[in-house]
Design a protein around this ligand. Structure first.
Ligand code: ACO
Length: 277
């Protein structure tokens, strides 16, 4: 049975397959991220992260927006002269949209259903996988109204885009669509808007066929080595691999070898080893 969690700016539905559909829910403000939305997301992400029934997290937006970025009124102007309020909302933002989301133990999917501007690039890039409507509109609009891509936006666009694209789009503020976002490797898959949910569900099901512990360790390892040198990456991956053997109580590795080498019942090159009976 689907479980629904309501916050004032975020709605979460955890369906019986284990997919948590997290929806930024301020469609009248194009899901701009207000301080309250950050507090809600912080609570939601902690809840999802510690709920064993959740296997995949999908982030999307209500209406025709994924998110129009930071709320210019509530996140910026209203707290311009209030360092305490700024600290609270900035820290909540950093906590959920980068620290928790980018290193979540569960697979995370950005399902971009429309506008995605400015600060929304942070959760977009923190998600493991991005699937977008072909006609979604992306933009680094900061330049248009007198700020630079802050938070960690300048950093994530340098990390995710080619330098030429990062600088070009930050300087011009030109928008681009979902098809272009895939071409630029900012998103993985672009589909017609009417197929967005169905394709996301298919992707989530594919991820749920893998062993969840192995999947969590894999994504964390691939992300963590990015800033390591080769020697450190070797050491880290060896230690992480040993830790995985301990953490994976289903011994997926051992069963995989047995089924391939001894029983000859499956081919690991093409399919995940079956669940432990
Ligand atoms: N912050 C605060 N309010 C916003 C934001 C935002 N980022 N985006 C939209 N809204 C509000 C509008 O003020 C308006 O509120 P109102 O009804 O009380 O007047 C409502 O959402 C609807 O906005 P419209 O502009 O009327 O909607 P439209 O569909 O025509 O355009 C669009 C949508 C293109 C997203 C437009 O609202 C826009 O350009 N928003 C700003 C996008 C942006 O630059 N984001 C980056 C912010 S900076 C950062 O993230 C670091």
């Amino acid at each position: 049975m689907t479980r629904r969690i309501e916050h004032s700016c975020v709605t979460t539905e955890i369906d019986d397959e284990g997919i948590a559909w997290v929806t930024f829910n301020r469609p009248e403000k194009r899901n701009a991220m207000s301080p309250q939305l950050h507090y809600d997301m912080e609570a939601v992400m902690m809840e999802i992260e510690t709920d064993e029934s959740v296997r995949v997290t999908v982030l999307t937006g209500a209406g025709d927006s994924w998110s129009a970025g930071m709320d210019l009124r509530e996140y910026f102007r209203e707290t311009d002269n209030d360092p305490t309020a700024q600290f609270r909302s900035f820290t909540a933002n950093k906590h959920w949209s980068w620290e928790i989301l980018s290193m979540s133990r569960k697979p995370t999917v950005a399902m971009v259903n429309g506008y995605c501007f400015g600060g929304a690039f942070i959760p977009l890039c923190a998600c493991d996988i991005a699937i977008t409507a072909e006609d979604a509109v992306f933009g680094l609009s900061e330049i248009n109204w007198g700020i630079l891509p802050g938070g960690i936006v300048s950093k994530v666009i340098q990390d995710f885009l080619a330098q030429r694209d990062a600088i070009f789009y930050a300087m011009t503020g030109r928008t681009f669509d979902g098809t272009k976002a895939v071409e630029m490797k900012l998103a993985n898959i672009a589909v017609p808007r009417e197929r967005l949910e169905e394709e996301t569900r298919a992707l989530a099901r594919e991820l749920m066929e893998k062993n969840p512990v192995v999947l969590g360790y894999t994504k964390q390892a691939v992300k963590a080595v990015r800033t390591m040198d080769v020697e450190m990456a070797y050491e880290y991956l060896r230690a992480k691999s040993l830790a995985l053997r301990f953490a994976d109580t289903e011994d997926t590795r051992g069963r995989g070898m047995e089924e391939f080498l001894d029983n000859k019942t499956y081919r690991p090159g093409f399919e995940p080893v079956g669940k432990k009976s």
